[in-house]
Design a binder for this molecule. Structure first.
Ligand SMILES: Nc1ncnc2c1ncn2[C@@H]1O[C@H](COP(=O)(O)OP(=O)(O)OP(=O)(O)O)[C@@H](O)[C@H]1O
Length: 281
């Protein structure tokens, strides 16, 4: 099992043509312990995906370092598996072949098949191994995508809004599924979301990020027993606390984006009147 150390990470995008630059964040530091489930939560544009991509090795930091399992991250590696919002399955391959596709390059076909079947069973898709992606619902496709990533046995599972495109009921089912997988496999999970409720349901800790400048606003421990009940008082209190912090960040963005048009009364109404907005921002 791996831990992830994020040390003073900055990311600046340079636009060579217009000779401009944009710093997404400039001093992100935190540690993620082995086997921990950590969510990166924050308003749109604060750099959650950028940070996840840097941990994955798909993007490079402008300065600072990330180490995973004691090794500096410079490129993607088998110790880190990524699940994106879109499942990106190959439509001409069956579910089983989709999961076997990459594995076949690393092991014998029979071994790859057994392995793929094992992980498809873990995500409760044994009945659908011979189906094609177009025959599956969005939630099922996402489960195939999770099985495909898990089949490589990464120590660290990086999930970028994996349920963002799904309806509420499917999402809720997959929350249970992902908790089961996490408990079964004991992976370290970094989970990007802008959904407060989702982050409380799943995480040991929630890293709340802010924007302009991008940074860590606060890290919340979630000391609630699993399975968690959104209807419990403790859940509601934590949700409220995070919601208020997040609302301040969103208000700041709205003020900057809307300038004089921003009406603070409207802003207050937006985030005080409807609890649910916090879970759907
Ligand atoms: N390749 C790029 N070049 C220039 N700017 C980029 C690039 N990738 C991301 N950005 C900018 O960096 C900022 C952070 O983007 P990022 O996607 O990491 O945010 P996020 O918090 O994941 O947002 P969301 O919740 O909307 O997905 C945004 O302002 C985005 O426009």
């Amino acid at each position: 099992m791996a831990d992830v150390v994020i040390d003073q990470v900055e990311k600046t995008f340079f636009d060579q043509e217009n000779k401009t630059s944009f710093t997404v964040f400039n001093d992100i530091s935190t540690d993620i312990k082995s086997g921990e489930f950590v969510s990166l939560l924050g308003p749109s544009g604060c750099g959650k995906s950028t940070l996840l991509n840097i941990i994955a090795g798909l993007d490079q930091p402008t300065s600072g370092t990330i180490t995973a399992n004691g090794k500096k991250v410079t490129a993607p590696g088998p110790d880190r598996g990524v699940v994106f919002q879109e499942s990106a399955l190959m439509p001409w391959l069956t579910v089983l072949d989709n999961v076997m596709f990459g594995l076949k390059k690393q092991m014998k076909k029979e071994e790859a098949k057994e392995r793929a079947k094992y992980f498809l069973k873990l995500v409760h898709l044994s009945k659908f191994i011979n189906s094609y992606p177009h025959e599956l619902s969005g939630g099922m496709k996402q489960r195939v995508s999770i099985a495909r990533t898990l089949a490589f046995d990464p120590d660290i599972l990086l999930m970028d809004e994996p349920f963002g495109a799904l309806d509420e009921q499917t999402r809720s089912m997959l929350h249970k599924e992902v908790q089961y997988i996490w408990q079964e496999t004991q992976k370290t999970v970094v989970f990007v979301t802008h959904n407060i409720r989702e982050s409380i349901l799943l995480s040991d800790r929630i890293v709340l990020m802010g924007t302009r400048p991008g940074r860590i606003v606060e890290i919340f421990d979630v000391p609630l027993e699993r399975p968690r009940k959104p209807s419990s008082d403790e859940f509601g209190e934590l949700e409220e606390k995070i919601q208020q912090k997040l609302a301040k960040e969103i208000e700041k963005v709205m003020r900057e984006e809307m300038g004089d048009d921003y009406n603070s009364k409207k802003g207050a109404l937006l985030y005080h009147s409807d609890r649910d907005m916090g879970s759907n921002i």
